[in-house]
Design a protein around this ligand. Structure first.
Ligand SMILES: Cc1cc2nc3c(=O)[nH]c(=O)nc-3n(C[C@H](O)[C@H](O)[C@H](O)COP(=O)(O)OP(=O)(O)OC[C@H]3O[C@@H](n4cnc5c(N)ncnc54)[C@H](O)[C@@H]3O)c2cc1C
Length: 460
């Protein structure tokens, strides 16, 4: 049977894949996107809908499907080169700023709300200097906040635009292998057949990072390790962080712990949001999002500790997963604990959680003791940061606040690529986004997709 042929095949339809497809299709390229998850409207997480512990679907609706891992995310589009990836290694700051503008304009064109946080320079400076007094650094960044609801609409509009530009999108189909010969890409093999193309862009995200790593090993593509971020998600009354979230939406705060000199940071702040489970391969971790309208009286945010392992250890992803597995082993899911119980060295129970001022927004989490899952080094550094944050925003370290664990950010292996995102050992094979270990957020993932697409267009 004759194999179907395309100019470019894109593996994965997250922001990196979608933005590269838009760029290529606008120039008339014949594009196929292969996505192992569902179409956007069919993506439904049963655990979230029923507020039960994660039931480990074979294809996680949260991290896989059209829109990628960010489809049900809060849609915080961070417009700063200091946040969300390593693209400064590929382009100058000026060029990157222009690309942030391209992404912003595209998102606005597809219906994103116009409000950009982080522009009140005077107030931001005030917070910056206040934080400094407590040994905390504020990373200044602008944020376009779409919200889960608007983000969904934007994705629907993008899906429609791709359809109008005749981009083929195959959902529920997984790329199993690449077709490589003479150090050149020739196409892909999927669960449904083989396809031929001159160019392939791998954009498999974190959920497909292990697969990408296997491909690298098979085809002699060089990889390096990235750090792993491990920590907890804090849920607390909205008012406690209001003065920070109203100005910045996402206060990016960094602290170096006294005990271990580890970098501890806030991440993915969701004012009026909800906590959600997240499945990565076989482990359940925790995450959070919020909408354009308030859905709770609380804010949730991650407190993460970064670790970059040195020789001989080279598998930070497995390390992070092992810690998440411990939490899963103890409770079958995500652990929830009142901060007061953690401080007293006792587990939380349903009854103790009920007494809490903060009512859990993810009721599928199981009361327990996080100190059985999280190594002392991480727990201690997180406690230190909470104490310092409590000085900047009194109430952060309150006994009634809730902690969910564990939250792990797997940055996968860093695939060695050229400045055009072409892998070094296979001609015309490009890799972008979080799965390549190059980015860690929506905006930089999208930009890497645009850049790879432009490199292909230059060659065609
Ligand atoms: C709950 C949650 C909330 C988040 N909130 C934010 C936020 O507010 N702001 C922000 O900047 N970032 C956020 N992020 C991170 C953001 O979603 C990612 O940085 C971004 O989606 C990465 O884009 P990507 O295209 O590289 O990969 P992904 O979005 O992960 O997309 C990759 C796609 O490839 C598919 N795939 C993988 N392997 C294969 C294969 N072999 N064959 C076919 N398909 C495959 C996957 O199913 C997936 O759909 C959040 C992430 C999560 C999970």
């Amino acid at each position: 049977m004759r194999k179907k042929s395309f100019d470019v095949i894109i593996i994965g339809s997250g922001p990196a894949g979608i933005f590269s497809a838009l760029e290529l299709a606008e120039e008339g390229m014949k594009v196929l996107i292969i996505e192992r998850g569902e179409e956007l409207q069919k993506r439904k997480c049963p655990a979230l809908a029923k507020q039960i512990p994660c039931i480990r679907c074979p294809r996680c609706a949260i991290t896989s499907g059209f829109g990628g891992a960010g489809a049900f995310s809060d849609g915080k589009v961070t417009l700063s080169s200091d946040v969300g990836g390593n693209l400064r290694e590929f382009v100058s700051a000026e060029e990157l700023d222009k690309l942030f503008d391209v992404v912003t304009e595209k998102l606005l064109g597809f219906g994103a709300p116009k409000r950009i946080f982080g522009t009140d320079v005077k107030e931001i400076d005030r917070i910056y200097f206040e934080a400094q007094k407590y040994g905390i650094e504020l990373v200044k960044s602008r944020v376009l906040h779409m919200g889960t609801d608007k983000g969904f609409e934007v994705l629907l509009n993008m899906r429609q635009a791709l359809r109008e530009k005749n981009v083929d999108i195959h959902s529920r189909e997984m790329v199993e292998d690449l077709i490589v010969g003479d150090h050149r890409i020739h196409g892909v093999k999927s669960t449904k057949g083989e396809y031929v193309s001159k160019y392939v862009i791998m954009a498999p995200g974190r959920s497909g990072a292990e697969w990408a790593f296997r491909m690298c090993q098979k085809y002699g593509i060089v990889t390096d390790t990235n750090p792993v971020d491990i920590g907890l998600r804090l849920e607390l009354p909205f008012e406690v962080l209001k003065h920070l979230t109203d100005t910045l939406y996402e206060p990016k705060l960094v602290y170096y712990s006294k005990s271990f000199d580890d970098r501890v940071r806030t991440f993915c702040v969701n004012p009026h949001g909800v906590v959600v489970p997240e499945m990565t391969e076989d482990v359940v971790t925790v995450n959070g999002h919020s909408f354009t309208y308030p859905v709770s009286d609380y804010t949730n945010l991650a407190i993460l500790v970064s670790t970059r392992f040195t020789e001989p250890f080279k598998d930070p992803v497995s390390y992070g997963k092992s810690i998440a597995r411990l939490a899963n082993l103890l409770t079958g899911s995500v652990i929830i604990q009142r901060y007061g119980d953690l401080k007293l060295g006792r587990r939380s129970t349903e009854e103790r959680i009920r007494k809490s001022i903060v009512k859990p927004t993810y009721r599928g989490a199981v009361p327990g003791d996080l100190s059985f899952a999280l190594p002392y080094r991480y727990l201690n550094s997180i406690k230190e940061m909470l104490d310092q944050l409590d000085r900047l925003a009194p109430g952060v370290a309150d006994d009634g606040n809730l902690l969910y664990g564990v939250e792990v950010k797997f940055y996968s292996a860093r695939i060695k690529v050229t400045k055009e995102f072409e892998v070094e050992n296979v001609k015309n094979l490009f890799t972008v986004g979080d799965g390549a270990g190059i980015t860690r957020g929506l905006s930089q993932a999208a930009i890497s997709g645009i850049m790879a697409a432009r490199a292909i267009l230059r060659r065609s």
